[in-house]
Design a protein around this ligand. Structure first.
Ligand SMILES: [Zn+2]
Length: 539
């Protein structure tokens, strides 16, 4: 009797140890580890141990690492790594749901499924876990991700990441990588060197920044675009910057030098300023030019250094007031093909896209099917949903355009609810030559019907009129060509874009047309013809 009792109590004790003490012990050690590593450099990681075992027979394999605090690493590498690995690092809370959805979106559009691990998740994995793939590891990684976001904060997470991440065979941390590849400290790397280093991250043991592959170069181009848009890293300044209020009138920002040059795919106007100031830009037509107004500036420039350019014919400036400078960039092409403006440090950069080859073959055309998922858009009397119709028209357009040799990019290819922000970001990464967004309209007044096209920037009007003219050949009502329109996808200045509102689902005659297979095919053919007219006319 007492024997079974004691067995029972031993069993009870085992269960207790297994289910309560061990998890509690793990939790406590993890917590202690996280707290200690908030202040102490990470001495060694499971991955380093794993690599030492994997390479134990390779006498050339040595682990190199050199711990550096964040301010000694400098912003160059940190920004490049954020641009490459985790654009929303500053804003998310450890997990980036948007990026996860975006990866799914790209996968749905036929691209390889990529990991959407944030820098926090990667840090959790690098410091506390082994890289093998399993659900247990994923679960633990999620716990550590929450833990370090909570106890370390962004600055420490980035600092640890930059110090432990594998950057090459035996190379851990960016300082060791900078020394190994460029024989200088990470802080002294140029922007390009930093970006090349960051471009190795997805496959550090296969890639070498000194021998960039086309994929790495592509990634560097993407990073260049993004770095200018990332929030400024205040962590790197020894002294917090004095913010000058614009109303004080005490700003004394000056221009020192200019350079204008052409490179692959783009021309650049780069203006060195003594500090960053706000600017406003807009397009003008007849003659075609880009105007950038900069406020709070006293111009002291002596010359503009101009090298051969493909899209820009002239770049010059006018001092329009004591403290206002107007930059004028005359374009060679008949139409605007897109530009973007951003800062590289204190350097204001205006990047102007070279016109593409004026034919469908090889043209990168982004197609955007409006709405999707929960967002149905307009609904017709027969129950026809705008989201389904938009997608059907876009898929028809895609196959027509691809037959003509165009390269089509889709913002959605199934019934998923993709936010405007996601669409815009995806488009910015894809950098299409033109964008066509397809919607269909609705009005409270059932008598209103017809086709309309919309644009915001005047330079992109010709695309919208060319398409509208062709669609009107179908005998539909003219609902007009509308400018300065406040639609998110009409916002980008980087590429010509147009919103097409096919017909009115709220009008019975229009809806009948939209239900007709033949009409849809003819509509799509007219849109293709309109794009072709635009290209022909642009020559
Ligand atoms: Zn719509």
């Amino acid at each position: 009797m007492s024997n079974t009792k004691s067995i029972k109590s031993i069993l009870k004790r085992c269960v207790y140890i297994l289910l309560v003490y061990i998890p509690l012990f793990c939790l406590l050690t993890s917590l202690v580890a996280i707290i200690v590593l908030k202040f102490v450099p990470v001495p060694y990681t499971p991955l380093m141990a794993l690599r030492s075992i994997e390479y134990r027979k390779d006498t050339d394999y040595h682990i190199r690492r050199e711990w550096k605090p964040l301010h000694e690493i400098g912003p160059q590498v940190a920004m490049a790594v954020m641009a490459s690995e985790d654009i929303r690092f500053i804003i998310h809370r450890g997990f980036d749901w948007k990026s996860i959805r975006q990866a799914r979106l790209e996968h749905a559009a036929g691209k390889e499924l990529r990991g959407a691990s944030t820098i926090t998740q990667q840090t959790a994995k690098n410091v506390f876990l082994l890289p093998h793939r399993s659900w247990v590891r994923k679960g633990l990684e999620a716990c550590f991700t929450v833990g370090i976001e909570w106890l370390w904060g962004k600055k420490r997470i980035l600092e640890v990441y930059l110090n432990v991440v594998e950057m090459g065979p035996g190379i851990f941390g960016v300082e060791a990588a900078a020394q190994r590849y460029y024989q200088k400290p990470a802080k002294e790397l140029t922007a390009r060197e930093a970006m090349l280093l960051a471009s190795c991250l997805p496959a550090p043991r296969q890639r070498n920044p000194l021998h960039p592959t086309p994929e790495m170069e592509e990634r560097v181009v993407m990073m260049e675009r993004i770095v200018g848009l990332l929030p400024a890293p205040l962590w790197f300044d020894a002294e917090p910057k004095q913010v000058v209020s614009p109303t004080s009138g005490q700003q004394d920002v000056s221009v020192s030098s200019w350079v204008v040059y052409g490179s692959d795919g783009y021309d650049y106007v780069k203006i060195n300023l003594s500090d960053t100031v706000s600017y406003k830009s807009f397009q003008e037509i007849n003659p075609n030019r880009i105007i950038v107004n900069i406020h709070g500036i006293t111009n002291q420039t002596t010359w503009i250094h101009q090298f051969p350019t493909q899209a820009i014919s002239n770049a010059y400036y006018l001092q329009t007031a004591d403290d206002a400078l107007r930059i004028i960039i005359d374009l060679k092409s008949k139409y605007h093909w897109g530009h973007s403006i951003y800062y590289e440090g204190n350097r204001l950069v205006i990047r102007v896209k070279h016109p593409p080859k004026l034919r469908l073959k090889g043209l990168r055309i982004a197609l955007d099917a409006g709405h999707g998922g929960e967002a149905s858009g307009a609904i017709g009397a027969t129950g026809l949903k705008e989201k389904d119709l938009n997608l059907e028209l876009v898929m028809l357009l895609k196959s027509r355009l691809e037959k003509r040799g165009a390269k089509v990019i889709l913002t959605r290819s199934d019934d998923s609810d993709v936010s405007m922000e996601q669409r815009l970001q995806y488009l910015s990464w894809q950098a299409p030559d033109i964008l066509v967004s397809v919607h269909n309209n609705a009005s409270v007044n059932p008598a209103i019907r017809g086709t309309g096209t919309y644009y915001r920037h005047i330079g992109f009007r010709p695309l919208s009129t060319a398409i509208l003219d062709r669609i009107l050949e179908l005998g539909v009502q003219n609902a007009g060509n509308v400018g300065s329109f406040d639609f998110a996808l009409n916002g980008p200045t980087e590429y010509p874009n147009v919103l097409i509102e096919g017909l009115f689902l709220s009008n019975p005659q229009d809806e009948a047309k939209l239900l007709n297979k033949r009409f849809k095919k003819r509509l799509v053919n007219k849109i293709v013809k309109g794009i072709e007219d635009f290209l022909k006319d642009a020559g």
